[in-house]
Design a protein around this ligand. Structure first.
Ligand code: NAP
Length: 476
């Protein structure tokens, strides 16, 4: 079940949030601590009007809530609200007031016993959950994973605590997979927010959970794919893969994983039986030691952006290489691109330079740190220089911008500011967010043909999808 946590602080806003998200949710959490005014008549009417079960929660500051009054006044408030028509009530593990659960039972409410750890995942997580569930209540743990190893521990709750009614939540960015794949933690529900509001760190909106990730449809048979990176939440890749899984009728989901340590992620991948994943900065080299098989271009480039389950081992391929070539394939085949300048000498530049050299292009690499340009140039048989060496640009058929200048936090930066475009060269910027970078704007004004980073991102994503699934990417 997806449970919408109401974040509107008045009754009208709460109704509106339920109305807008109704098709995506099966339960609602009423957060008394977030309301400006508690009016018992208005609460009764709100709960009565909603055609969904409602959880009553009044969260303390120390648990990430907003209730500022004394504990005594909080218990009094909960006691006043319990009889108003709720289906469940959330009572924290350390509340030692037997009258509260008694009152809840008297009014037919189920009890969620919860604990929150805003700092970490406690080592005694499972025993605390067992203890909470002994009274027959639903046990809820909302904890804060600080590493991908912590995330693995949360997924282990499914088997370790198999017979227990529970809700396991990993807060923050590390915890996002535990929300999307909540069924794989053994949780009976997970929480989400209305679009544009977030009740807790890592909450996704109800439509993202329902429409993009189809979280409610995840089952033991669902094939899991994903992307690993650090950071990772800026990625557009879930929007490339998830709608396509749905379109081709594949029971699969593609999930972003924030990964600090690749080795721990491979443990998680084995545990969840992940079938394949994309790799982004900074892990494109880090994954190499774990691959039993690599493709020709991974060997050449020394960087892998796609990992596939291959029998009992992992196979690495590089779709950046082919994704980059896709929009300029015809020009390269027809040898209309003979001279290229590549700005940058990082991971993306490696794929680009090798791809161009594979078509026997004459490549000059210009980089801020000239030593890096030199090293890549020596490896690939290219020329090199600094960002001030503009002569090579003046005869280039193609200029490829591969640096991170232009993307946040370096928005507005043009690494070749002094260069005046001729209008004859093709300008290809790998940065895809924002679409219109400074370099693209300037080149457009000069009349250059532009290729956007998004074209490459989509091309490499389509190739990834096809290697993950064996299906042709749906055209529409
Ligand atoms: P990386 O390995 O960290 O390399 C960063 C490069 O940018 C280095 O050459 C660095 O120069 C240079 N750089 C950074 N800030 C600069 C500045 N202010 N002025 C001049 N040079 C600067 O990163 P990467 O993996 O190559 O990724 C680079 C970009 O490509 C990112 O924006 C990424 O999103 C994009 N990308 C797009 C796609 C796609 O499908 N469209 C695929 C892959 C990557 P130094 O060596 O001097 O530090």
């Amino acid at each position: 079940m997806l449970c919408l946590t109401l974040t509107g602080n008045d009754y009208g806003l709460c109704r509106e949030q339920v109305r807008q998200n109704r098709k995506n949710i099966e339960m609602v959490e009423f957060r008394a601590d977030l309301m400006k005014v508690i009016d018992t008549d208005a609460v009764r009417q709100l709960i009565g009007d909603l055609d969904l079960p409602v959880i009553l929660t009044c969260r303390r500051l120390k648990d990430g809530g907003a209730f500022e009054g004394s504990e005594r006044s909080r218990i009094q408030l909960l006691s006043r609200l319990i009889p108003l028509g709720f289906s469940l009530v959330d009572i924290e593990e350390d509340v030692k007031r037997p009258e509260l659960p008694l009152l809840a039972k008297e009014h037919g409410l189920k009890i969620i016993r919860s604990f929150h750890d805003m700092e970490s995942v406690p080592r005694d997580l499972f025993s605390r959950i067992m203890k909470m569930s002994r009274k027959g209540d639903i046990a809820k743990a909302a904890v804060t994973p600080r590493s991908i190893a912590d995330v693995l521990m949360l997924f282990k709750a499914e088997k370790e605590l198999e017979s227990i009614d529970k809700i396991i939540i990993g807060m923050g960015t590390y915890g996002i997979p535990t929300r999307i794949l909540y069924k794989r933690t053994g949780s009976m529900l997970t929480f989400c927010s209305a679009e544009g509001s977030s009740a807790a760190s890592g909450h996704l909106s109800a439509d993202i959970m329902h429409d993009l990730y189809r979280s409610d449809q995840v089952s033991p048979a669902t094939r899991i794919y994903g992307i690993i990176g650090n950071p990772v939440m800026h990625t557009s890749s879930p929007k490339i893969h998830n709608p396509a899984f749905e379109k081709v009728g594949l029971n699969a989901v593609y999930v972003p994983f924030l990964v600090d340590d690749v080795r721990s992620f491979f443990h998680l991948a084995d545990y969840l039986d992940i079938q394949g994943f994309s790799v982004t900065v900074p892990h494109k080299q880090h994954v190499l030691p774990y691959l039993g098989k690599i493709s020709r271009e991974v060997k050449l480039i020394g960087s892998c952006n796609t990992v596939l389950k291959y029998n009992t081992m992992w196979k690495g391929v590089n779709t950046d290489f082919y994704g980059f070539l896709k929009p300029i394939g015809e020009e390269l085949e027809a040898q209309r691109i003979r001279r290229a300048v590549v700005i940058g000498a990082g991971g993306a530049a490696r794929s680009v330079v090798w791809a161009l050299r594979n078509y026997y292009c004459r490549v000059t690499i210009l980089n801020r740190t000239v030593e890096k340009a030199k090293s890549l140039a020596q490896e690939t048989g290219s020329a090199y220089g600094s960002l001030e060496d503009l002569a090579a640009l003046e005869t280039a058929d193609l200029i490829v911008q591969t640096t991170s200048a232009g993307m946040p936090p370096q928005e507005g930066v043009n690494p070749i500011e002094a260069y005046a475009f001729r209008g004859e060269e093709i300008v290809y910027d790998l940065v895809y967010k924002p679409r219109q970078t400074e370099i693209i704007k300037k080149a457009s004004r000069a009349g250059c043909r532009i290729i956007y980073g998004m074209d490459m991102l989509i091309a490499q994503g389509i190739l990834q999808f096809e290697s993950f699934t064996g299906f042709t990417y749906p055209e529409d």
